[in-house]
Design a protein around this ligand. Sequence first.
Ligand code: COA
Length: 215
Amino acid sequence: MIIKRFLRIPKTVFSIVLFLIRNLWKAKSMPIIPKGKAEGVEFLPCTKDLAPCIVRLYPGFHKGTKLGIAKRAMLRLAGRKLCLVVEDAINKRVVGYSLYYFNYRDIREKTVHEGDTGILPEFQGRGIGTAQRLHALRHFARCQFIEGVSSRVSLNNLASLKSNLKLGFKEKERYYDPIMGEERVYLVCDLAPYRESLGSEIIDENPQTLERENL
Ligand SMILES: CC(C)(COP(=O)(O)OP(=O)(O)OC[C@H]1O[C@@H](n2cnc3c(N)ncnc32)[C@H](O)[C@@H]1OP(=O)(O)O)[C@@H](O)C(=O)NCCC(=O)NCCS
C-alpha cells in the first residue's frame, strides 16, 4: 500500500508540471483580464494578492474539496490572464470567480476551458454569473489563437446550464460521470461572434506583437 502510494508521487508531480507548462506557455501570449462592472459588483483580474481569496472560496462550491496544487500555482503565476475575480462593489469583499485553464483537449481543439464559475448564494440569480462569463468570453475573444471556450456542466445545474446556453455555448457531448453520479454535457462556445466588434484589440499568438508583461 505504502509502496503503491510512493510510486504515484512521480506521476502526480509530472502531471502538475505538465499542467503548469501548458498553461503558462499559453498565458504568455494573452492580455490581462480587463476590469468591468455588473449589478453591484466589480470584475477584476486575479492578482497574486487576490489568489488566496479564490483558494478560500473554492471549497464552498465543491463540497469542501480544496483547490488542487497545480491550479493554485497557476492562479499565482497566471491568474491575471486566466481568472476573473468578482468583488462586492461596496465592501470590496471577494464574492465569486471564474477560473479558466487549458486541458490537453483544449490545446487540440483551440479552446480554453471554463474550469469553474461560482458566486456566493446572496449574489446569485441577479444575472451576475452570466455577466462574469460574458466578460471572460470577450476577454478570450481578443486572443486570435483561441477559437472557443469549453465547459462541462451537470444537467441538473439549471442556473449554470441556462447561463452558458444564453451566451452561445452549444452541446457537443452528453455523458454520465460515474464519480459525480450525474448526467453532464460538454459544451463549446464559438468566439467568432464575440470577435466581430473587437477590431484592433485582437492579439495574435506571436510574442513579438505583444506588450511584454510579467506573468
Ligand atoms: C452557476 C452560477 C455561477 C450562475 O450564476 P447566477 O448569477 O446565479 O446566474 P444568473 O442570475 O446569471 O442566471 C442565469 C440563468 O439561470 C436561471 N437560474 C438562476 N438560478 C436558477 C435556479 N436555481 N434554477 C433554475 N434556473 C435558475 C436564471 O433565471 C437565468 O436564466 P434566464 O436568463 O433565462 O432567466 C451560480 O448559480 C453559482 O455560483 N452556482 C454554484 C456554483 C456552480 O454551480 N457553478 C457552476 C459549475 S459548472
